[in-house]
Design a protein around this ligand. Sequence first.
Ligand SMILES: C[S@@+](CC[C@H](N)C(=O)[O-])C[C@H]1O[C@@H](n2cnc3c(N)ncnc32)[C@H](O)[C@@H]1O
Length: 967
Amino acid sequence: MRYTPFIETQFPLARLSAESYKERKANVGQTLTGLGKWWGRKPLILVRAAILGLLMPASDKPERDREIFYKILTMDEDGLWRRKTKALGASGIAQSLKPEEYAGRIEVKAGKAAWVSGVMTEQKEALEKLAFARLPYEEKLTYCCRPEEIEGPSAKAWDEINAHLGTQAHSLQELFAELSEKAFGHRARVGDCFCGGGSVPFEAARLGLEAYGSDLNPVAVLLTWGAINLIGGGKDVQEEVRKAQEAVWHKVDEQITAWGIEHDGQGNRADAYLYCVEARCPATGLWVPLAPSWVISEKYRVVAVLRRNDARQGYDIDIVSGASDEQMRAAKKGTVQKSALVDPEDPSRTYPIASLRGDQRGPKGETIYGLRLWEKEDLVPRPDDIFQERLYCVRWITPEGERIYKAVTEDDLERERKVLSLLQERFAEWQEKGYIPSKKITPGYNTEQPIRERGWTYWHHLFNPRQLLVHGLLMEYSDEKSSMIKNLYLFGRVADWNSRLSGWMPHEGNAKGNNTFYNISLNTLFNYSTRPLLKLDTVWFADYRFYLLSDRNHKILPLDARDVSYTADLWITDPPYADAVNYHELADFFLAWYEKHLPKLFPDWYADSRYALAVRGADEDFKKSMVDIYSNLARKMPDDGLQLVMFTHQDAGVWADLGMILWAAGLQVTAAWTIGTETTSGLKEGNYVQGTVCMVLRKRLGERRAWLDELYPQVEDEVKRQLDSMQKVDDVSQPQFGDTDYQLAAYAAALRVLTGYSSIEDMDIHYELFRARKKNEESEFEKIIDRAVSIATNYRIPQGISPYTWRNLEAIERLYLSGLELERHGEARHGAYQELARGFGVAEYKFMLGDTEANHARFRTPSEFKRMYLSANQNGNDRGTASFAASLLRQILFAIHVAVHTENPKEGLNYLKAERPDYWTRREDIINLLEYLAAGRSLSSLVHWEQDAEAAGLLAGLVRNDYVGSR
Ligand SMILES: C[S@@+](CC[C@H](N)C(=O)[O-])C[C@H]1O[C@@H](n2cnc3c(N)ncnc32)[C@H](O)[C@@H]1O
């Protein structure tokens, strides 16, 4: 290795998390999401930072390295200023500066800020710059575009970058070319064999590097291909795409207009169709329209009202606009509540949907579905099916642009019949040509749901005749090679936004249809929406930002990761580890639209989902495939190549397994970092936070063997070294690392030592990895990792506790205090407390939790503990709680409670002195602990500690003044 990459020494987590979060929050505004749905796409900024971190050499000036890293990514002050797209305005400036700083230039009256007249533009800009500089990083981002949306660093920044790195670059591409040349002697080859939505290959190509992307699933590969060739095609391709899309759109529009299937003949055009399922009520025998709510538009107070009609053995559905409060209330109570049909004649009568379906238990406890399974030709339910389907409302748009909601008329039904017959005429031919899906659904975890709940067995059953007819037409008119290659992925978008699983959102401003994959499943719906052509425009004409890639000749192909034959200098992968996403099942929803076209457009690709080869789960098969894949990647990199494995998982415990897998694959872990990709400030509010862990790996070269007794001291040294170096680079004004980062760093440090050896004692890593273990049985490797965590946890003393006191404490006491430290840092995830307990080797800790809700975890205060778990009060104490009950800390907490309860700190002191024969020998510890507990008072977020902290402070004073001489 010719250099130590920056990412092996540091990775600026706080800013990167904020940038990743900003990118994720841009939703449809993200660069690649517009191409189509893929689950778990990695933020491009994270990929850019990772590639830079891998290629940029670390110097002996870590702080300067970090500044330069920020400059390249335009995450420094100058870069942020260049990215600023929104003005702070007088009020923003007044909020961030002191009045004396803007006096005479901004006037604040009645809470409103305005520029004083006559202030020059330069003066305004200077003030704004000052105010902007004062904002915390995350707030700055609210005024900025993303780094990818500007050219890159300024000329001045380039001078500094070049001076530090010894380069001569004036663009990102030039810089990455030079860094690659220095690192590998050629343009770096960056590969991802789980490329999914294409973030890694796209970003690598955008930086001018050679990109390789493969994925088992051809849908993912199509998206990656589209990222590079369409989004990366620049203005010319943009124009061609637009032309191809417009040409098809106009032809379809003409055809639909000629058929008259979306016009009412009175000048109105359809804007949305609402359908619902109907089922017979067992009590009345009437067909009941089903929906969890009959509200159609919250804002315009539009509701559907059921009116009994015995002649049709069911209900008519009226549509009321401007509904009364009473009608709104009634509509909110739908005819499906808690998975049961509610009889409109007597709402106290409810019938579980599963029993209406007729599901039964088989002899082996399995479910036997009650619904008839649809056959290929079925497009709508048959008359004797349990569930029928019915159009119940049409929203029209008038020539003046007004939206009106109407009940279904006989003309509408006639148009429905026409749609069905037009589709039937084309059905066989269109399936044959692949204009509509013809693929059978392979039952699986997610795909079984539509089969069980509606009897749908083919993918086209997930679309109604209207949807199939419009989509089929779009496809038919796209069917020529030059159009199809530009339009194909659009059918994924159209399918996502217009299926029988597209819900209706009455609460959104104008009320609108939802997409199928608003969550990661295939949930069937009782009422859903259908988009007429007009409403597909935003889906069809996706608004992309195009980039011109200097070279689009990259390798993109569908392939099982075990078979990769490409050699990359940098592998950046994000495996489907213990993932909740069943890519191979869900992607079939899209593949059903593509499968007949892919072979024509990409003759070298396969067009099925290769179910059996998908990496999934976390069991033995999974481990085996992962070892095979990463062993292959280790072979397919030069000796000085690097890998980055990304992995989003909440449970740090799965770390040991992944570490072992990578070890068994012949790789050595050299660093690990967590980036909060889902939320950042949420961390402080205790929200759900998901971190993406990035592990840096190298090929393990040579055979080294270690003995356990020499390993432990090495692990200990490495953990301490790691934590010290992190503390050294940590930014006091804006901490880079949280408690869990330090913990993860400890794992990484242990893995770094361990994975540097090819064997330990006589243990065989493959054997250990696959050995069947009893529940809770730890492998030797896990023990070493646990040991590392325990070293780390004990090494990190909460601020304010002296090392001397810390040494005198039991594990359970250390756990309690470190838990308070977590709380003081705003950490409220249960998992963090669990990890901490694990680090201290404390099995029984839940009894200390004051709030057990998932994201509100914290330890009890003294006043909440009251007498519980006190040695003097043995009731209810068991083995797990006994060490806490007998501890000094527990008695200190109780003394605080006594002081609060009696409103007399002296009482607390008396208690302590009476109960602790070692009061005088441990006096220093007592003072230290009380002062630590008292410090919680200064944190406004800890209101529940207010009284206790105050009492702790008073008690500390009493103990301090309690001299031996004063006895
Ligand atoms: C977590 S995703 C990767 C997401 C990607 N990094 C992105 O930014 O979009 C994991 C990917 O692994 C793919 N996959 C599963 N089994 C595979 C196999 N045996 N070979 C190659 N890819 C596989 C899935 O199709 C999925 O796209």
